[in-house]
Design a protein around this ligand. Structure first.
Ligand code: ADP
Ligand code: MG
Length: 315
């Protein structure tokens, strides 16, 4: 049996990567020095086995995803990720599993130059709680400052993760392009920073485009006119939909776990933002515009979506 402290020392404790971490893993609390004048951004998300991930998901993918879903929230605020804490609840102290989990978590953190500075390990049903801290020197991007006339832009296509979930549920192995989106999401941190100062509002798409758009619309007290044809299934999504006898539209508009950013940007600044995003290797898409009248209007044929199942709901 490996003890809690051995697990921490072996898999999580590493030399501090920056002087701003005055005290990292190993004391009663981490001691961190934000940049002078910076506004601190703090966000927490919990992943529960069977609810947010399948029990047999590879441990390194789970570690990666647990970090990335939190980093995505920092991205949506236009922040620079700095630090992470990790509350790990494990059914058993499986050294190999924890090693792989820690590798995945660290790889995600390193990709955005963030650092694990503390956490907790307890015994219980597999649950992963992560807190991410970031900073911004300018005003953070929020959900509530969009304006009528703003265009709605996504950092990329949606629905691939939901397609992978549907495939797995039907016992079909999804194409790698779909499974990668489910298991190895990418927080759009650089895209969020670029949007700060150009976009009026932003949110990350974790619960589905329509559900997260709804949060932005409510916070900004606006409605939207959406282009029904703006979001198309990828070839792999369409092939899977055909083999399952399903339509891909619900995955695209209401599937969760995409972690693209959705921003409201004034039309005169939209091309600037889109070209910065394209330089970052993204494939930005305009999906519509904001209007004063509340609710949704559709240009083209509105996708057929079961309103009860639209968007991930926790309760
Ligand atoms: P305490 O008993 O004071 O709560 P712990 O024994 O839980 O401290 O943890 C010891 C040290 O190890 C602390 O610095 C804590 O932040 C760190 N730590 C514990 N679990 C993890 C983890 N899963 N990942 C990173 N750091 C951890
Ligand atoms: Mg403790």
């Amino acid at each position: 049996m490996t003890g809690e402290f051995e697990l921490i020392a072996r898999h999580f404790k590493r030399p501090a990567r920056s002087a701003e971490v005055r005290i990292g893993i190993g004391d009663d609390a981490a001691a961190l020095t934000p940049a002078p004048g910076a506004t601190l951004l703090v966000t927490t998300d919990t992943l529960v086995v069977g609810r947010h991930f399948r029990p047999d998901v590879p441990a390194d993918a789970l570690g990666w995803k647990a970090a990335m879903v939190n980093l995505s929230d920092l991205a949506a605020m236009g922040g620079t990720p700095r630090w992470l804490t990790l509350a790990l609840t494990l059914p058993e102290a499986d050294d190999a599993w924890v090693a792989a989990f820690a590798d995945g978590f660290r790889a995600a953190a390193e990709q955005v130059e963030a650092e694990l500075v503390g956490g907790d390990i307890t015994r219980g049903p597999l649950t992963i709680g992560v807190t991410a801290l970031g900073e911004t020197l300018d005003a953070p991007l929020t959900r509530g400052a969009a304006q009528a006339g703003d265009q709605l832009w996504l950092t990329g296509t949606t629905g691939q993760a939901a397609a992978a979930v549907a495939g797995l549920a039907a016992g079909v192995t999804p194409d790698a392009s779909l499974l990668t989106r489910l298991d190895r999401p990418q927080a759009r941190c650089a895209a969020g920073r670029a949007a700060r100062g150009l976009a009026h509002a932003a949110i990350d798409v974790s619960d589905g485009v329509l559900a997260d758009l709804d949060h932005l619309l409510k916070a900004s007290r606006l409605g939207a006119r959406l282009d029904a044809d703006a979001l198309r299934p990828t070839a792999a999504m369409q092939a899977l939909a055909d083999s399952l006898g399903e339509a891909p539209a619900p995955w695209i508009w209401t599937g969760g776990d995409d972690y693209e950013l959705l921003v409201a940007v004034p039309p005169e600044r939209a091309q600037t933002l889109a070209s910065i995003w394209a330089e970052q290797g993204l494939a930005p898409l305009c999906i519509g515009e904001l209007v004063d009248a509340p609710g949704l209007q559709w240009q083209g044929d509105a996708p057929t979506i079961d309103p009860v199942s639209s968007g991930f709901r926790h309760f």
